[in-house]
Design a protein around this ligand. Sequence first.
Ligand code: AMP
Ligand code: ZN
Length: 433
Amino acid sequence: MEIFDSYELLDRSDLEELQAVRLKTTVYQATASNFYRNRLARSGIKVAHINHSRDIAALPFTTKEDLREHYPFGFLALPREKMVRLHASSGTTGSSTVILHTQNDLNVWADLVARSIHAAGVRSRDVFQNMSGYGLFTGGLGIHYGAERLGCLTIPAGAGNSKRQIKMLEDFQVTVAHIIPSYALHLSSVFDQLGLDPRSLHLRIMLIGAEPHTQEVRTRIQDIYGVKAYNSYGLSEMNGPGVAFECVHQNGMHLWEDAYLGEIIDPVTLEPVPEGIKGELVLTTLAREGMPLLRYRTRDLTRFIPGECPCGRRHRRIDRIAGRSDDMMVIKGVNVYPMQVERVLMSIPEVGQNYLIQLEREGYLDQMRVKVEIRDEYFVEDMRQLQKLQQKIAGLLREEILISPKVDLVEHNSLPNSQGKAIRVVDTRNKQN
Ligand code: AMP
Ligand code: ZN
């Protein structure tokens, strides 16, 4: 195995020993913050109690609401003057949360990203186009410094302006792109409009993440661009990208366990679930001095994949994120996740690159309407054919989600597309009467 960082070579017992030491240090550092000083004192936890990674179970959880309540500086474990960067989460609900970093924290983060993208096969000779928004969103600067750290020629393209993105991909012979998956699908229709073939580029790798997406979307992206696409997971509360990343085997994302302590819990009972069972991912920073977070409830649903990865890394793998515990929709008493809908839609060849789920109220009943873009060649005048397609899609969706959604077929490129994370669900139930 070609490795980038010595932490990747650690075996389980060394990793766990390192985690124990780092956890103790982290808890000690955290007690310097207003928030944890009070929280830990209230729960009676002393640093001396933490001697093993499993001792984490005694610590209280931290939630997004805690971060909001102590916005902006209540979690700082070092003086504000030591902080050199601030990022915010792109949450669409409520006020935003901010994370601050020391220079040390930024160095650790850049190493983690460099290690991640190296695991996915990126090398220093690559030309790397970063199509994430540069700003408070961590996908811009976070990925950027990691790619530079690895030694790639790094192009801070930013988000949007699709024609310019395509020109840069061509002009600079870009070999690796970091791109949000919904935007990768959208960009392919711009290639179509320009009469260009995405497979004729020099691209060999796409790093896709920042939003939930299915295996079907990954397959589409790989087919459209003729690349390997690797799943990248992170959240601003844990720095951003570089938390968990797929290696070249594409079979789950290695969680970098020297820097993060991961747990999977039942989101209702808050107890750990058995190995291999899906639940909510809870993360603790093990290598952050400015703003350590203990047992942060990510709300992301996944599981640890049992067994070892053929790449030889012993850092455990998390499965593709199935959704967030708070994006579950309850329609007519049935629980539905947006990713179930995506999985069905993206496996239907006539379906184009975008869709939107709309939740409506009809009388006293909830109704799900799925707007689906159809590829040009199938968007024909013949009403009977379109009706047949509509029935086929509705039938396949019903098999998966067990309720009958309304299906609207719409023209290719007619649904709103976003340059950042896609909005897949619009809930109008409380706006109607
Ligand atoms: P933010 O902190 O605003 O960048 O948002 C982080 C959130 O984006 C995570 O908690 C996940 O819900 C989502 N996310 C990030 N990467 C992925 C990924 N690879 N797959 C699914 N969801 C992701
Ligand atoms: Zn691996």
